[in-house]
Design a protein around this ligand. Structure first.
Ligand code: ATP
Length: 373
């Protein structure tokens, strides 16, 4: 169950939440350019996720924001304060008033769980320090282990204590690197939810690194999707998912059905129906991407209800699998030459037609995208 505690607001760092701004940041390890001209901002109270495949530069950017890597090029500000300039002014990590939680929990081994969380609360009187640390341990489900030591905890438990320690001073900025990665699936959902509400209550801006698109969609107000050191798209989860600017952005959020066809009157004909291609030149080749949930599947009979003139498209069910919250249908869909292509449809709830059965298809246009081939 969720434990949303009434933790009093007000930063014990004594610093108001501020806007983080990274401008034109570039970072190389020897010859290797890990971050290439990245600019982004995190507003107070906003959760921004750095999302992208392994090695794309997410952690490097977070370490720069934390002050653990010296800035090589560009500018880093928190509110009005310049935190870092290439070959110039550098505010060390402990003077930045930011909360950090990294993949590996890095708790102080000689301090108890409670002492670890109370460590950063030295601005508070001792009696309030203990109470505040206990409240955060309770929020993250670790209050019962307050007197134990880090080596007596599992990796996931250590991660929860590290999160409590980072959140307890209610810093003006939180920097989190894959903070839920060593939690099992069920616990991860709960701790994510608790952390999101805690971050929103504290009102600090948050920069969170993840390679998991679902986690980014769950946590973020805005997402910076990265590839090979660059931000390839920056916007709200809705913008990235529903208005992707490149095929990479589409596929990063999950496998899609693909088709290459010719643009005719700003449309492309696919085996499952027509997809709009308003931005593409007449007669050019288009790469069409259709998310599995864009395929609306009904039993043939339902077609009787459809308006006259709405020509039906039919497919043969190859197999149907229940995934839990949705069903995945493997379909053989005939193309214009009568050859069958293999497409996937994801349908909400339990929908399990038999193999060999004929079903009718319609396309949901908002989840179909056309790019130059
Ligand atoms: N200390 C280092 N020395 C040399 N190269 C490094 C160092 N740290 C990172 N790199 C390289 O820089 C690139 C970016 O690494 P970074 O850790 O920022 O990526 P990431 O997106 O966080 O990856 P992951 O999701 O796997 O943690 C990678 O190619 C990595 O090998």
């Amino acid at each position: 169950m969720h434990r949303l505690l009434d933790i009093p607001l007000g930063s014990s760092t004594g610093m108001p939440a501020s806007r983080l701004s990274l401008q034109r940041v570039r970072h190389a390890y020897a010859e290797h350019l890990a971050v290439d001209d990245v600019s982004l901002e995190v507003m107070p109270g906003e959760v921004v996720c750095l999302l992208g495949p392994s090695g794309c530069g997410k952690t490097t950017l977070l370490r720069i924001a934390a002050g653990l890597e010296r800035l090589q090029h560009g500018e880093l500000r928190l509110g009005e304060e310049m935190l870092d300039e290439a070959e110039g002014h550098h505010v060390p990590p402990e003077k930045r008033g930011v909360g950090l939680a990294f993949q590996e929990a890095a708790l102080f081994p000689h301090l108890s769980v409670l002492e670890n969380v109370a460590f950063g609360l030295d601005n508070l009187p001792p009696s309030r320090r203990r109470a505040r640390a206990m409240q955060w341990l309770e929020q993250l489900g670790m209050a019962a282990r307050a007197d134990t030591y880090p080596h007596m905890l599992s990796g996931g438990q250590q991660q929860r204590v590290a999160l409590a320690r980072a959140l307890a001073p209610e810093p003006r900025l939180m920097l989190l690197d894959e903070p839920f990665s060593s939690l099992d699936a069920r616990l991860r959902e709960q701790i994510r939810d608790d952390t999101l509400h805690a971050l929103k209550r504290v009102g600090a801006g948050t920069l969170l690194v993840t390679h998991d698109p679902e986690e980014a969609m769950f946590m973020a107000d805005r997402i910076a999707l990265m590839r090979e050191g660059r931000v390839v798209q920056w916007g709200t989860p809705y913008q990235l998912y529903c208005q992707p600017q490149t095929p990479f952005v589409v596929t990063f959020f999950g496998a899609v059905n693909e088709w290459v066809g010719e643009v005719r009157e700003a449309k492309v004909m696919t085996p499952a129906g027509v997809v709009a291609a308003p931005a593409l030149a007449e007669g050019s080749r288009a790469r069409v991407m259709v998310r599995p949930e864009a395929l609306r599947v009904t039993h043939d009979g339902a077609l009787m209800e459809r308006p006259v003139g709405d020509v039906g498209i039919f497919a043969r069910v190859v197999m149907a699998k229940l995934l839990g919250r949705s069903s995945l249908l493997h379909l053989a869909v005939p193309d214009e030459k009568g050859q069958e292509v293999h497409w996937h449809a994801q349908v909400p709830g339990v929908f399990l037609p038999r193999a060999g059965q004929s079903v009718a298809l319609q396309l949901e246009p908002s989840q179909c995208f056309a790019f130059p081939a």
